[in-house]
Design a protein around this ligand. Structure first.
Ligand code: FAD
Ligand code: UQ1
Length: 412
């Protein structure tokens, strides 16, 4: 069987960040990346694509061009991990052996969990920025919108970039205002969650801005059915169980999400099916030669590329020590739960939420109050972040903004 020192499952943000550094250190033919897709997407760009501010092509690069020079790309998907045999099973039934495994397959979109959604998505004004196949439709439908109800949803499951569900609502509101359609429209955000955002400081900003823009926010309001042909959406109240039918002219849906099913099938997941790693060291709780980062891991923080950045730095240190048999869990690098979500609130403004999901406390980089919307943070998000992603994170040289934060705090 083909065998590698390190096998990485997934060539997304986390998989590439880790394999870049590890393959450079271990040399040729030591690291294999298993990734089925020919195209890699910078997903954070999709919020802008949905609002017509960037193109989908802009967010895409051929996978081939991103595979580190010393790593081997296996163009296939993993269907099972056999942790007792140190091997993974691929889509064609073949197997690959590993000494160490990094699990980074991201999160799965479960469109089928909302009745009628699969049948209506991409038609009748029903769309989502969460998939490459529908993100451009979001902008098409927004351009065609001539007034009425524009409804934006958020499910009750964990999702990647929890802020994106409402960011697209703010951007749509902005578009309607600029095109003199605002007085003919209702902008409604229906979230299954009990809070508008998990961190109070930024929740307060989002609530204030929604009020200023007359965006109606309904919490504990979960989408359960889409009747595309009738342009009706059914919502269930999380407290009373009551059902309510909304008529829509535009319906932006964030689908329910969950861990890729092979994780539970392989018995490397926790009860909820996320890869069961120590939330600080990112080492598997049962198999010391398995590590995980990113959206598929069980780390209880917001699933973002920003979190992946910091996790990648921690994981690389601990993995390299494990390879040289000098890993000591009591003296290991530790992930602090850092995550960030640039909350685009329209009108060229961003509230840059930065926090630890573990403490729920803000962890801001810049020497001003990031709870206030800012034009410079909008520029950072739209123009600088993609450069950091492509040229630093994926190349293994960006492990988060901790250094910048330290630097500002010395100056301050
Ligand atoms: P991914 O980058 O999704 O990569 C997973 C990879 O694994 C994919 O390439 C996939 O093809 C592959 N894969 C899947 N299954 C298998 C399998 N069985 N075998 C092998 N390979 C497999 N984050 C931010 O920090 N800031 C933002 O502003 C932001 N905005 C976002 C907006 C939107 C609309 C979306 C969708 C996401 C946004 N994110 C944002 C989140 C960010 O994109 C993810 O958190 C990040 O990409 C997670 O990295 P990952 O490596 O875990 O997963
Ligand atoms: C970040 O590091 C990151 O990953 C590259 C993102 O994903 C696109 C982000 O959105 C953010 C905000 C960060 C954090 C970086 C800084 C400079 C605050």
């Amino acid at each position: 069987l083909p065998s590698y020192k390190v096998v990485v499952v997934g060539g997304g943000a986390g998989g590439l960040a880790v394999s870049s550094t590890i393959s450079e250190i271990l040399g040729k033919n030591s690291v294999a990346i298993i990734e089925p897709s020919d195209v890699h997407y910078y997903q954070p760009q999709w919020t802008f694509v949905g609002a017509g501010l960037k193109t989908l092509a802009d967010s895409a690069r051929p996978t081939e061009k991103l595979i580190p020079r010393n790593a081997n790309w296996i163009k296939n998907k993993v269907t099972k991990v056999e942790p007792e045999n140190n091997s993974v099973v691929l889509g064609d039934g073949s197997k690959v052996k590993y000494d160490f495994l990094v699990v980074a397959p991201g999160i799965q979109l479960n469109w089928d969990k909302v009745k009628g959604l699969q049948e209506s998505i991409g038609k009748n004004g029903v769309t989502s920025i969460y998939s490459k196949d529908t993100v451009e439709k979001t902008w098409d439908f927004l351009k065609e919108f001539r007034g009425g109800n524009a409804i934006f949803t958020m499910p009750s499951t964990p999702i990647k970039c929890p802020g994106a569900a409402i960011k697209i609502a703010y951007l749509a509101e902005d578009h309607l205002t600029k095109n003199n359609l605002r007085s003919k429209s209702k902008v409604i955000y229906n979230s299954a969650m009990g809070k508008i955002f998990s961190i109070d400081k930024y929740a307060d900003s989002l609530t204030r801005i929604a009020k200023e823009r007359d965006i109606q926010v309904n919490l504990l309001t979960e989408l359960t059915e889409v009747r595309g042909d009738k342009k009706e959406a059914v919502f269930k109240n999380g407290k009373t169980g009551e059902e309510q039918i909304y008529n829509f002219d535009l319906l932006h849906v964030v689908p329910p999400m969950g861990p890729p099913s092979f994780i539970a099938d392989s018995k490397i997941g926790n009860a909820a099916g996320w890869v069961d790693v120590d939330q600080n060291t990112l080492q598997h709780t049962k198999y010391p030669n398995i590590f995980s980062l990113g959206d598929a891991s069980c780390c209880p923080t917001s699933k973002t590329a920003a979190a992946v950045s910091v996790q990648s730095g921690v994981l690389k240190k601990n993995l390299l020590n494990a390879i040289t048999q000098s890993f000591d869990p009591n003296n290991a690098a530790r992930y602090d739960g850092y995550a960030s979500c640039p909350l685009i609130v329209g009108r060229d403004q961003v509230v840059l939420a930065e926090f630890s999901g573990y403490t729920t406390k803000p962890m801001e980089t810049f020497p001003f109050d990031q709870g206030k919307e800012s034009g410079s943070m909008y520029y950072l998000t739209k123009e600088v972040m993609p450069e950091i992603y492509w040229n630093r994170l994926l190349k293994g040289t960006w492990v988060g903004p901790h250094k910048i934060r330290k630097w500002f705090s010395y100056l301050g």
